[in-house]
Design a protein. Sequence first.
Length: 153
Amino acid sequence: MSAEARLKELGLILPPVPKPGGIYKPIVQVGQLIYVSGHGPLLTDGSLITGKVGRDLTLEQGYEAARAVGLTLLATVRQQLGSLDRIQRTIKTLGMVNSTPDFDRHPAVINGFSQLLIDLYGEDGIGARSAVGMGSLPGNIAVEVEAIFELKV
């Protein structure tokens, strides 16, 4: 089943595509790879999930924020490529969690993003990954993720 069909089957709605918050391109294509700039957890109503995981948000809320980041990032990918079905597989993701110094479950938070990619692409949604904690993120967003994907030939 295609990623677009899975998205519809799961009842998932992509949020509006965010405008760049600085001087950069949301996506850069090099050959069959696309490099997707960092995205935050934008909801369908245009609001952001903010706060520090471990203080303002629970691990579960952080997981949901990471899943929201995935939907936001995919909205940009769809706008740029025309369809989520153009993605062949995930190459690499970097997940950044706005967390308290003592919070140490960053990979469990970023699993929210990774599980979304598995839900849409199966095993091809799994790539190399880093999940790290940050002292702060822009606008106090809870999670930011950037990704590299291989496109279908």
